[in-house]
Ligand binder design. Structure first.
Ligand SMILES: O=C(O)CCC(=O)C(=O)O
Ligand SMILES: [Fe+2]
Length: 361
């Protein structure tokens, strides 16, 4: 049942195409963020210097790269991995299949529409809220793991060739993701067993996005500023078109992907687990006039039954917990009941201490 704040999401799937066909047509209001936000759409011209690591080297012990990785996670919360071992054939198929999917007629894609009160499926908006501005993009979001949490009839209804390609891609990414989660955990002093207990057979979700070209890209956003509420996100810029930006010291910096690398973003959950040692990076997507952009994000989270909270092995009298604890299942519900808004979900988990209130945990 949809909650009272949720209503049938507004579908505007054809609107972006119409505008693209008639470049003189004004951009409809529903896509234009409030003035305050609009002022910040201006981006810095310098690209963010995102460090890149060789994944095989990172995962082989002993290696000398790890301290650079940990510095990157503390300062940026974002890094690239090359030599990741995912076969070129899988990535090529992914590009072809995603292009085919987003090129399907509107009526075909509508079969996968997100339903009121749900968050899985196809649509423009990430939340089903009346007041949420619509970003310039079409998206498909779903749970991949554990299998019994997949939405019945959603994945199964996708074209077979897309399904097979996605399964091959997820299989490869799961291995990479678990390897990364382990070394990232070790980087803050967690035992591998503790990392596995939280993240093994975790909740994995994915979002495929198509950002169509926009005749007036200065007044819209492809994706509203947010941090990912995940352990880590592995992002692949499927057709090589750029648009991702990160917020560093109040400035929006464009991110340039190495063509053969994935981008890894530390999410809010890893910031919480590391008790604030790592940083989840706020990011957004801008669009352009000429070319559509395709991306796929795989979100790797704790298992539904796990407790999201600062790792118990890190907490002591000298290092008190900075965040509340919550079962993953509830954390997810809470996340999807909110609008996307920078790092507000993480801030909601932060323990607020005042001089009069030390018992807030
Ligand atoms: O499309 C991108 O590059 C970013 C996507 C993203 O941030 C997300 O899906 O959460
Ligand atoms: Fe994101």
């Amino acid at each position: 049942m949809p909650s009272p704040s949720q209503s049938q999401p507004r579908y505007v799937l054809g609107v972006m195409n119409k505008v693209a066909e008639k470049p003189d047509m004004p951009i409809p209001e529903m896509f234009i963020p409030p003035e305050l936000e609009l002022a910040t759409i201006q981006s810095h011209h310098e690209t963010a210097p995102i460090p890149i690591f060789d994944l095989k080297t990172l995962l082989s012990a002993p290696n000398t790269q790890l301290h650079h990785l940990y510095d990157a996670c503390k300062e940026w919360g974002i890094f690239q991995v090359g030599n990741h071992g995912v076969r070129g054939e899988v990535l090529e198929n992914l590009k072809v299949e995603m292009e085919k999917f987003f090129n399907l007629p509107k009526e075909e894609k509508s079969k996968y529409q997100v339903q009121a009160g749900d968050f899985q499926g196809y649509g423009n908006v990430i939340r089903c809220k009346e007041d949420e501005k619509v970003d310039w993009g079409e998206r498909f979001f779903m749970v991949i793991n554990p299998r019994e949490r997949r939405k019945a009839d959603l994945f199964e209804k996708l074209p077979e060739s897309l399904r097979d390609t996605l399964e091959a891609y997820f299989k490869e990414l799961r291995k990479i993701g678990m390897g990364l989660l382990r070394i990232l955990g070790e980087g803050v002093g967690m035992e591998i067993e503790e990392v596995d207990e939280i993240f093994e057979n975790g909740m994995h979700t994915t979002r495929m996005t198509y950002y169509p070209p926009c005749p007036n890209p200065e007044v819209v956003l492809g994706l509203t500023p947010h941090s990912d509420s995940t352990g880590i996100t592995i992002l692949h810029q499927v057709n090589g078109i750029e648009g991702l930006q990160i917020k560093k010291q109040g400035l929006w910096l464009p991110v340039s992907f190495h063509p053969n690398a994935f981008l890894v973003l530390l999410g809010d959950i890893f910031e919480i687990v590391s008790n604030g040692v790592y940083n989840s990076m706020e990011h957004r997507v801008v669009v352009n006039k000429e070319e559509g952009r395709l991306s796929i994000a795989m979100f790797m989270n704790p298992k539904y039954e796990a407790e999201v909270g600062p790792s118990k092995s890190l907490i002591s009298a000298e290092n008190p917990p900075l965040f509340r604890r919550m079962i993953m299942e509830d954390f997810v519900k809470d996340y999807f009941s909110r609008n996307l808004n920078g790092k507000s979900h993480l801030e909601n988990m932060r323990i607020k201490t005042t001089s009069h209130d030390d018992e807030d945990e």
